[in-house]
Design a protein around this ligand. Structure first.
Ligand code: AP5
Ligand code: MG
Ligand code: ZN
Length: 223
């Protein structure tokens, strides 16, 4: 199953992608995570992306598409993938279609996770992740069970993102509205767009996404 999660910063794309990975045994492809890894490893791509990301602006389409195309061609994507944070512009959506067509793949569903903007700042301001296994947490909504220790792997090192502040968030939200929201009609016209309320609890959102995905799969199976 090949799916896309779309939503504003903090809507819960990464949180839900990790749940879906486990449920369906398919891989999460987060372009944001890929860029952050390239910055951490001081790769040339990371140097090109760093200042743009810290300011909350999008990385140019050609760099992003190239990176995604290389990743999606790897063997672990053959069983399916969850795109988290890609595509983010109409040219990226069009490029994705070309990449998938060349690989004889298709999209099964595009899930739009909606959220109230007032809640998003609080969500990203409290977010942190395990430096070792990448598990995601939140100071108020999802703290670690034992203070300062990752529930999943026991690591005591955590990361906070440099773009998770109120100032940068304004630019990220603006980028979502002006550059990313215009791809929604593109997928609606293809009949594969499903909307999910991202303001509910994490597990409730997950349940709603799975219901929509299961009906999408059924629809394809029965033609
Ligand atoms: P990216 O990493 O994709 O960030 P984003 O889109 O801003 O989204 P976030 O990762 O901030 O939010 P999320 O929806 O994943 O929320 P999460 O699940 O963590 O992109 C970063 C930057 O990289 C971009 O600004 C751009 O510069 C560049 N970039 C990336 N892709 C690009 C592309 N395709 N083209 C060009 N540039 C690109 O949840 C947030 C918090 O809320 C967590 O703490 C979580 O625990 C909590 N939470 C989640 N769900 C709930 C819930 N239902 N209730 C309560 N709390 C919740
Ligand atoms: Mg994310
Ligand atoms: Zn961990």
């Amino acid at each position: 199953m090949n799916i896309i999660l779309i939503g504003p910063p903090g809507a819960g794309k990464g949180t839900q992608a990790r749940i879906l990975e486990e449920t369906y045994g398919i891989v999460q492809l987060s372009t944001g995570d890929m860029f952050r890894a390239a910055i951490r490893d001081q790769e040339p791509l990371g140097l090109q992306a760093k200042a743009l990301m810290e300011a909350g602006n999008l990385v140019p389409d050609d760099l992003t598409v190239q990176m995604l195309e290389a990743r999606i061609s790897k063997p672990d994507c053959a069983k399916g993938f969850i795109l988290d944070g890609f595509p983010r512009t109409v040219p990226q959506a069009e490029a994705l279609d070309r990449v998938l067509e060349a690989q004889n793949k298709k999209l099964d569903a595009v899930i739009e996770i909606t959220a109230d903007e007032s809640a998003l700042i609080e969500r990203i301001a409290g977010r942190f992740t395990c430096a070792s296994c990448g598990a995601g947490y939140h100071d108020a909504f999802k703290p670690t069970q034992k203070d300062g220790v990752c529930d999943s792997c026991g690591s005591q090192e955590f990361l906070r993102r440099s773009d998770d502040n109120a100032e940068t968030m304004k630019t990220r939200l603006q980028a979502f509205h002006t550059q990313t929201a215009p791809i929604l009609p593109y997928y609606k016209a293809k009949g594969i767009l499903k909307e999910v309320d991202g303001m509910a609890e994490v597990q409730t959102v997950a349940k709603e996404i799975k219901e929509k995905l299961n009906s999408a799969i059924l629809r394809y199976a029965t033609g």
